[in-house]
Design a protein around this ligand. Sequence first.
Ligand code: DGL
Length: 259
Amino acid sequence: MNTPIGIFDSGVGGTSIWKEINRLLPSEATVYLADSRNAPYGNKSKEAISALAVKNTELLLSYNCKLIVVACNTATTNAIGFLRKTYPVPFVGIEPAIKPAALQTRTKKVGVLATQGTLSSALFYNTAKLHASGITVIEREGKGLVELIETGKQQSEETRNLLKEYLQPMLEAGIDCLVLGCTHYPYLVPTLKTILPEHIKIIDSGEAVARQTKALLQERNLAASPNTVPKHQFYSNADVAVLSSFVKDPVIQVSFLDF
Ligand code: DGL
C-alpha cells in the first residue's frame, strides 16, 4: 500500500526516528509533523499531552496515513493507549529502552534521561518494574534540553553544562548504560561523548521503532511496493528553518503548516 506512514513529535526530535525508518524502509512515503509550537510536551499534564496527540493523529489521518509512529516518548507514555482505542490505524510508539539497558549493564546501574512527563507516566513505571528488577535505575529529568535542541543549540556550552549537571549523580552512582528516553536526545550524542567516559553505553530506541514499524507493515499487508520512489512531507508549525536543519536533505521539502 503506497499511502504514507505518519510520524509526529512535539518538535524536531522525532526526525531521529524518521531517519531510522527511512533507512530501514526506503520505499515508504512519510508525513512528519513537528508540533514545535507546543514543545515541550514534557511538563504538560497527561490530558494536555493526549489532546495534542489527538490533534496530530487526526491531521495525519487526513493525509491518509496507513500507520502512525508516535515519535515522542512523552506522547507515547501518556497517550498511546487512548490513541489505539480510538483510531482504526496501527500505532507504533517509543519508550525509554530500559529492557536493553537492563540486559547489557554489568554494574547493574542504569541512568535514564527523559522528560518529566515520561518519568512520571504509568507506562514507564510498569516497564521499569517489569524489566529492571535487581537494577538501580537513576532517573533524571532533562529539564530545558528540548528547548535548547528546538533552537538548534544542541552543541552549545549551555547544553554541555546542563548535561554535566544532570549526569553527575549517575556517574557517581557508577552507571555503565545511559538510556536516552526522549527522541530529541540522540542529537545530544556528540556533546554527551565529550562528557561520558568511553565505557558508558548510550542506548536509544530509534532502531527498535523502525524494526517494529517494518514488522507491523508486513503483518498487516500495508508495506509499499518495493522500489517505489517515495514522497516525504515535513511540516512544522513554528520555525521551518530549524526543522530543515535537522532533516538535512536538500531534496526534501519542509513547509510551514498551521496546526
Ligand atoms: N521528543 C519528545 C520525547 O521523546 C520530547 C518531549 C517534549 O516535548 O518535552 O519525549
